[in-house]
Design a protein around this ligand. Structure first.
Ligand code: ATP
Ligand code: MG
Length: 339
């Protein structure tokens, strides 16, 4: 039988694991396949970190489970959960609409000829554009990270489905390439206008709103791209259940993290069954293989942890807190399994 911890001790173990290698404020992304326990883990991590600083848990989970688990009153505004732990659920639909409207207004400003197309028409077109969902999440992330270190010390992001998360984390880099080209192009246009105005002895407005907007966007995305690649200030926590597909996705996320230059601070295998129960259910072999696979992964020295399966599924704050007692280091569980 595995030795179970006092939940508080488990939470401290988790906080130590997460904060190893982090300096000051930090943003953690909970990443994993649907249903593996991202929201549950995010709550657990918030409980673990809140004695060490101000925590904001922000969920981009489209199913809005955070509202349910924490009994939040609404969406879009951080609410106090307890002490220095605050949480906010984002409603992507509402945000998507707001952002699409901003774009539509900007488009009309830059291209007044577009008045033939209705604002609603533009909103609809932008909303269904490829990559728009990622853009919505990125906007939330940009706004949240701008307040990191000021309004809170630890930001925990409960992420949307893995593919969307991977693309979202890549967007700042992509935008910076685009913005550099757009800036050059606009600069040439403005210089030409200036030359023409001078040649014709006309007045020239030296401030170009488009150049200013591009320049502002560039510094915002540069700050975000720098933050994401700063191993002391941002990292991913990869979560999987001990089954082939979630572990496969975890491997993919490791590859993406490497490509993006991001650090993985921890890998968490959730809902691991005690050997005797796994054996009874006929999944001992699959589970042990998954645990060994995770053990052999090179994650750049990250922490590898296990949360045992709880017979009472955690559905609220107290449920998540109880999971603290089911937290183990992966090596503890593996040595148990091989004895
Ligand atoms: N260690 C555990 N033991 C037992 N049940 C668990 C454990 N962790 C999570 N669960 C249960 O598994 C279900 C999925 O968990 P959760 O909602 O946290 O997953 P998720 O990855 O956020 O899912 P989604 O992809 O739908 O957002 C929930 O019913 C939760 O109560
Ligand atoms: Mg979730």
């Amino acid at each position: 039988m595995m030795h179970l911890r006092d939940p508080r001790e488990g939470l401290e173990l988790l906080a130590d694991a997460l904060l190893k290698g982090s300096g000051g404020s930090h943003v953690f992304f909970s990443v994993g396949k649907g249903g593996v326990g991202k929201t549950t883990f995010s709550i657990l991590a918030s409980l673990a970190l809140s004695p060490r600083g101000r925590v904001l848990l922000a969920s981009m989970d489209p199913a809005r489970h955070l509202i349910e688990y924490l009994g939040l009153r609404g969406v879009g505004k951080p609410e106090e959960v307890g002490g220095s732990f605050r949480a906010v659920q984002y409603d992507v639909e509402t945000l998507a609409k707001r952002i699409a409207e901003d774009y539509a207004r900007l488009l009309r400003q830059v291209m007044p000829g577009l008045t033939v197309v209705s604002l609603d028409g533009i909103v609809r077109a932008v909303k269904y554009s490829p990559g728009f969902e990622e853009e919505v999440f990125l906007t939330i992330l940009r706004e949240l990270t701008e307040r990191l270190g000021e309004d809170y010390d630890y930001l925990i992001v409960d992420t949307p489905p893995t593919g969307v998360t991977h693309r979202m984390l890549n967007l700042p880099r992509l935008y910076l390439v685009w913005l550099a080209h757009l800036y050059d192009l606009r600069y040439k246009i403005v210089s030409l206008r200036y030359a023409i105005a001078r040649a014709m002895n006309r007045e020239f407005e030296p401030h170009d709103p488009v150049l200013e907007k591009l320049s502002a966007l560039r510094s915002q995305y540069q700050a975000l791209a720098d933050l994401l690649r700063d191993h002391a200030r941002a990292s991913l926590v990869l979560i999987a259940t001990p089954e082939p597909l979630p572990v496969f996705e975890l491997r993919q996320s490791l590859g993406v993290a490497r490509d993006l230059g991001m650090r993985v601070s921890a890998i968490v295998v959730n809902r691991v069954l005690p050997p005797e129960m796994a054996s009874k259910l006929g999944v001992l072999e699959t589970q042990t293989k998954a645990l060994r696979d995770v053990w052999s992964l090179d994650c750049g020295g990250c922490e590898k942890m296990v949360i045992l399966h709880s017979s009472e599924p955690p559905r609220d704050l107290e449920g998540a807190r109880r999971l603290g007692g089911l937290l183990m280091r992966l090596e503890e569980v593996l040595s148990e399994a091989t004895h």
